[in-house]
Design a protein around this ligand. Structure first.
Ligand code: 5GP
Ligand code: ZN
Length: 137
């Protein structure tokens, strides 16, 4: 395991205690200390990856499978009526801890979790330009 001083490295590897809902050789799932809703959890890989773009691909595949399984347990345990998976990359996208993680957020009627954005209006010409630019990558 690579040496790392970041807080999620320490939490994921058990150097800092956390309320752990699930753990295996690759991941730890903990309760968030600033929950958007009751049962808000974070899936954190034990190895340090800054964000989605840095993440190893086979670990990415295991992350979504693990998130799905733990999300179902949280949903059933707490009687959630909805569920958000949220994953922020970069400061402009709201990332505050620069160690890849996924938010597992159970939702309830009128929970005021406020996970939303203001919808804009798509422009057909711009959509075509976006498609062209992405196709070039
Ligand atoms: P981000 O904004 O980077 O997507 O999410 C970081 C999340 O980590 C936030 O929801 C925040 O509440 C949570 N968090 C930050 N530090 C700690 C900590 O030390 N322990 C736990 N359990 N959660 C933390
Ligand atoms: Zn880290």
């Amino acid at each position: 395991m690579k040496e790392c001083s970041c807080i999620f490295c320490k939490i994921a590897n058990g150097e800092i205690p956390s309320t752990t809902l699930y753990e295996d050789k690759d991941f730890r799932v903990i309760l968030d200390l600033g929950p958007a809703a009751r049962g808000h959890a974070l899936l954190i890989p034990k190895e340090h990856y800054a964000d989605l773009f840095d993440l190893d691909e086979s670990l990415a595949a295991r992350a979504i499978v693990t998130a799905k399984r733990v999300a179902l347990k949280i949903k059933n345990a707490l009687g959630a009526t909805g569920f958000n998976l949220v994953q922020n990359n970069g400061e402009d996208a709201g990332q505050t801890v620069f160690h890849f993680h996924m938010h597992l957020i159970p939702r309830y009627p009128d929970d005021h979790a406020g996970i939303a954005w203001n919808p804009g209006k798509a422009d057909q010409e711009d959509m075509e330009e976006i498609k062209r630019l992405v196709d070039e990558q």
